[in-house]
Each structure stands twice: as structure tokens, then as C-alpha cells.
Ligand binder design. Structure first.
Ligand SMILES: Cc1cc2nc3c(=O)[nH]c(=O)nc-3n(C[C@H](O)[C@H](O)[C@H](O)COP(=O)(O)OP(=O)(O)OC[C@H]3O[C@@H](n4cnc5c(N)ncnc54)[C@H](O)[C@@H]3O)c2cc1C
Length: 524
């Protein structure tokens, strides 16, 4: 029996394990409730005084994502297990974007990734990152052993595209390879759009003649994929809706993805430009992933930092099934502690910056403001928040930290009670260019550690859906800000409605009934 199968047979997870919580996860409202106050300067004066500070550490790390956890690991690797380390995170689970989603249903555990999914081969990574992955015992080159192709092969499923009535005149699911002219023959499109889409999906001429590769790359980096398609590839605007949900890896918006990223991601329209893409990061290498994505990396790190939280010898084969003892994360007897649900609101040097020997850190926990003192502090949290945490940092640092604006991104996992509709329609993944979730797929997960997420069509399975809310027409960063705001102000009920409606429309002709076929939803 595999590690996971035996764990499933023996122990049901504790009901209050954070990965099992459904509904709104990711940046759920309580986790980020203090962030606006930090930005507004509520904590410009430190809210804790000397007498409030009861604990002292050698190192405090703000943020328990992969960066914060690996910072603790590397600090200990350099200085030994002696130093006292505290990691503070605003979420009720560690891992940051590397978030594990779990469903326990009908006696079986289903594992999904609620955020960062894949580890690429070590090639683009630094020596430090490669060493860390090796220390954790993760062998990314074993990836081919763990990819399960049975979903498509055994059940003869293919990709599908859902054309919606609002943008294409009718709801229609078209099965098949978008690279083939036959696909477009079946799609509800105008003649002009069809002709251009067939052209773009074939061998393209050089749409930027008379410029060097370097000039092309520089120009593509500064324009959106949409502008490239319309202004250089001279695509009819009629065809634009087909590309609405197309972009790079994590930004699937044609109007905000830089054209160069789209080209590197292998999107259509660029194959006549001779861009030397082979030298770029190889997307094909981006395949190794645990069923819970990089949450397994976070869990392996926690096992190294706090062995009592993940007892036994953990490896890439066992970590998926292992249960975290959350009550051991913040154990006073442990040299390294992780304190969850603890947003840091202020970080301040004790005394003048050039002479300070200590840092005071104020954080919120259970409705109270608390303080800790530390020799060192690492900010492994959101960059954009740092000027609020440390208002005294120089203006040029504030400016640099404010420069990037995160692309808003939702990963939703839906546990379906059965997937007979997919089998009937012959699809395993559906792109729906103009719907809220343009990218959706059945996710049986990889089989690392013997995980068996692939089921028969009459059994439950995870369906993964991704979205990048934005506001077409605004400049790119404004769109991202707008999308972030929209995400943070959308309730779970609103998400649920969108999910149910989209699934009903895409899969209704296969007999899918959202009222009967959905078991649980987690929105990250
Ligand atoms: C949906 C999604 C998918 C992704 N997919 C991939 C992928 O497949 N592969 C990949 O390599 N990368 C992926 N990424 C990028 C991912 O962000 C990074 O790989 C990595 O996980 C980031 O780790 P981090 O620790 O730097 O940041 P984070 O994961 O963001 O961790 C920072 C932590 O600090 C916490 N924090 C912030 N402010 C405070 C505060 N004031 N007090 C206390 N805690 C605070 C945050 O809430 C968070 O928990 C993805 C990102 C997202 C959002």
C-alpha cells in the first residue's frame, strides 16, 4: 500500500486542519484586515512599549511563505540549531502562496494546490535554491514517473473551448486542438475572425520585418499581447474575444500580459519572428509538482525546522500524506517557532539606525497587539507593505518597493462528486476565453508518494479553475490594482454563484448539474 493510501486508510484528518478549510482561503478577509490600517499609517508610532515586550529572539522573520521558511532554514544551516527564531505570518496556515487545499470526502482525501504549483528543473535556479531542494530530498528529475496521463489516455479526453453567447453569439463547447483549422471550422466566429485565427495558429510571417531580434524583444517587452496581435499581426478585432483569457503563465489576460511573455509562453503569432526563444526558460521543464504544489516544499521545510510538527523521517514520498501537528508549531520548547494568524504591523530599530542592536516587532494576535524583540529581522512578506511597516525607510526604497504591482490571481478548487459530464463531452480541460475563469481543468494531481487523485468518472475528483480579474482599458498596473480590489471585495457567495453558473453553462450539455454535482469549493 502506498504511503498516502495507507495514511488515508488509517487516519482521517483533524477537522480543524487549516488545509481542510473551504470557502474563502488565500488572502481571506481576517488575514488581511490589518493591511489597510498599516498602509494608512495607523501604526506609524509603534503600538508596543518596552514593557509590552515579553519575548526575545535572535531572528524574527515576517512571513511564513517559501522565502521566510527557507530563510530560517538557511540561517540555521549557517549558524547551527542554537539561535532562537520566530516566524510570524498573518494566515492561519504557513506556506504563503504555496497553499495546500484538502478535501476529505467519502473516506478519501483529495489534495489540490491553492497557489504556487510547480518546481521547474533546477536549471534556472541559483546554487542556493538548488541546494535547498536537494537538502529537502526532492528529486525534480523524477517528474516523468509521477505524471499521470491516464485521465486523457484511458478516457480519451481532449481539450475543449467554450464560446459564450455574450461574445460569440451562442454558448458552444468545441472539442479539439486549437492549432488545427478544423477546430475553427466548428467555432461560432465571423469569417474574418476565423480566417485570422487559422493564419495565426499556423506558420506566421515576420510581423516585425526590418528589426533585429534584440529590437523585437525590447519592443515586445513593452507592449501587451493584445497590441501585438492587433497592431503588428494585423488581426481583426472580431477575433480578439478568442484571446481574452490568453497570456503568460500566471497572467491570462491578453491586454495586460507583455507580448514577450506571451511569446516565451509559446502563444501564437510569434513563430516567424526568430526570437531565439530556445535560450529562454524552458516551459516544458516546469512540470514537477506535488499534488499540493509547492506546499509540500513548505511542509518539508517546517519538518526540518520543527521536527515535532512533522514527526518521523519525511521525504518527497511521505510528505503528501503526512499530517502537520499544528499545535507544535509555536511550542516554547522549540528553538524555532511559527506563530500563525499574527500579522506584523510595525518593525522598528531600537534606537538610532546606525547604532541599533535590536529590532522591535509589533504584531496582532487574537485581537491584541503584542511585541517581540530580536537581534535580526527579515522581512519576507509583501514588498508593497514594507513602507507601512517601516515608515522611516529612505524615499528611494519606498519608490522601488512601490514599483511592481501584483497581478491578481485566483486559484479555485472545486470537489466534484462525479465527472461523467466530462467523459460524455470528451474533455478534461476547458478554456473559456470570456468567462470569469478562463482556464479550467480536472486535476487528479501527480502521483508523488502514491497519491491517487484520478478516479473513475462516477467518483469524486478536483476541478481547478483560475482567473485574473482586471479592468480592460486602464493602464496595466491600474488594471492589476483594480483586480486586487475586486478580489478582496468579492464574497464567497459571489464566487460560488460565478462558479456554479460557469460550470452549468460549460458542462450542462453533458448532464452536469451544479446543485447535485458539487461537493465543496475552496477559493484561494
Ligand atoms: C496563485 C499563485 C500561483 C503561483 N504559482 C507558482 C508556481 O507554480 N511556481 C512558482 O515558482 N511560483 C509560483 N507563484 C509565485 C509564488 O508567489 C512564489 O513562488 C513563492 O511561493 C513566493 O514565496 P514568498 O515566501 O516569497 O511569498 P509569499 O508566499 O507571498 O509569502 C509571504 C508571506 O508573508 C505573509 N505576510 C505578508 N505581510 C505580512 C505581515 N505584515 N505580517 C505577517 N505576515 C505577512 C503573507 O501573507 C505570506 O504568507 C505563484 C503565486 C500565486 C499567487
Amino acid at each position: 500500500m502506498s504511503a498516502l493510501a495507507s495514511a488515508q486508510a488509517q487516519s482521517a484528518p483533524a477537522e480543524d486542519d487549516p488545509p481542510l478549510r473551504t470557502g474563502l482561503r488565500g488572502n481571506y478577509p481576517a488575514a488581511v484586515a490589518d493591511f489597510d490600517l498599516i498602509r494608512q499609517g495607523k501604526y506609524a508610532q509603534s503600538p508596543v512599549s518596552d514593557t509590552d515586550i515579553k519575548e526575545e529572539y535572535d531572528l524574527v522573520i515576517v512571513g511564513g511563505g517559501i522565502s521566510g521558511l527557507s530563510a530560517a532554514y538557511l540561517y540555521r544551516a549557517a549558524l547551527g540549531a542554537g539561535p532562537k527564531i520566530l516566524i510570524l505570518d498573518n494566515h492561519d496556515d504557513f506556506g504563503g502562496h504555496a497553499k495546500r487545499n484538502e478535501f476529505h470526502y467519502q473516506g478519501k482525501t483529495f489534495i489540490g494546490f491553492g497557489g504556487t504549483m510547480g518546481i521547474s528543473t533546477p536549471y534556472p535556479y541559483s546554487y542556493c535554491a538548488k541546494s535547498l531542494i536537494r537538502d529537502l530530498g526532492v528529486e525534480v528529475e523524477r517528474n516523468p514517473q509521477f505524471i499521470n496521463h491516464d485521465l486523457e489516455r484511458k478516457y480519451e479526453l481532449a481539450a475543449g473551448t467554450f464560446f459564450d453567447k455574450e461574445h460569440f453569439g451562442e454558448d458552444r463547447l468545441v472539442k479539439g486542438n486549437q492549432r488545427l483549422p478544423q477546430f475553427f471550422a466548428k467555432a461560432p466566429l465571423s469569417d474574418a475572425a476565423r480566417k485570422d485565427l487559422v493564419r495565426l495558429h499556423g506558420k506566421n510571417p515576420d510581423y516585425m520585418p526590418g528589426t533585429s531580434t534584440q529590437e523585437k524583444r525590447a519592443a515586445l517587452a513593452k507592449m501587451s499581447y493584445q497590441d501585438y496581435l492587433l497592431n503588428f499581426a494585423k488581426m481583426s478585432p472580431d477575433a480578439l474575444p478568442f484571446f481574452m483569457g490568453a497570456g503568460g503563465r500566471n497572467n491570462k489576460r491578453v491586454d495586460t500580459t507583455p507580448a514577450l511573455e506571451a511569446a516565451e509562453h509559446g502563444l501564437v503569432g510569434f513563430n516567424g519572428l526568430n526570437l531565439d526563444l530556445e535560450q529562454e526558460f524552458n516551459e516544458g521543464s516546469y512540470l514537477f509538482h506535488f499534488p499540493d504544489g509547492n506546499a509540500s516544499i513548505a511542509r518539508l521545510l517546517v519538518g526540518k525546522l520543527i521536527p515535532a510538527a512533522l514527526p518521523g523521517k519525511q521525504s518527497m514520498e511521505t510528505i503528501g500524506a503526512a499530517r502537520v501537528a499544528y499545535d507544535k508549531l509555536d511550542d516554547p520548547n522549540s528553538k524555532t517557532r511559527i506563530r500563525l494568524s499574527s500579522p506584523v504591523v510595525r518593525v522598528e530599530h531600537e534606537g538610532a539606525l546606525d547604532r541599533a542592536q535590536r529590532v522591535n516587532i509589533a504584531y496582532r494576535n487574537g485581537g491584541k497587539t503584542c511585541g517581540v524583540r530580536s537581534r535580526y529581522c527579515i522581512l519576507a512578506c509583501n514588498n508593497a507593505l514594507i513602507p507601512g511597516l517601516m515608515p522611516g525607510i529612505p524615499a528611494h526604497q519606498k519608490e522601488a518597493l512601490a514599483y511592481p504591482v501584483k497581478v491578481p490571481l485566483v486559484y479555485t478548487n472545486v470537489l466534484l462528486k462525479k465527472w461523467t459530464a466530462f467523459q460524455k463531452l470528451g474533455v478534461s480541460r476547458i478554456s473559456a476565453p470570456c468567462m470569469y475563469y478562463p482556464n479550467t481543468f480536472l486535476d487528479p494531481g501527480s502521483t508523488v508518494g502514491g497519491y491517487a487523485g484520478l478516479t473513475t468518472p462516477e467518483e469524486p475528483i478536483i476541478f481547478h479553475m483560475t482567473a485574473n480579474p482586471n479592468k480592460p482599458g486602464l493602464p496595466r498596473k491600474e488594471q492589476n490594482r483594480h483586480g486586487q480590489h475586486e478580489l478582496l471585495s468579492t464574497s464567497f457567495e459571489q464566487f460560488e454563484l460565478k462558479i456554479r453558473q460557469q460550470l452549468a453553462r460549460m458542462l450542462g450539455s453533458g448532464g452536469f448539474d451544479p446543485a447535485k454535482d458539487i461537493a465543496a469549493i475552496t477559493v484561494n
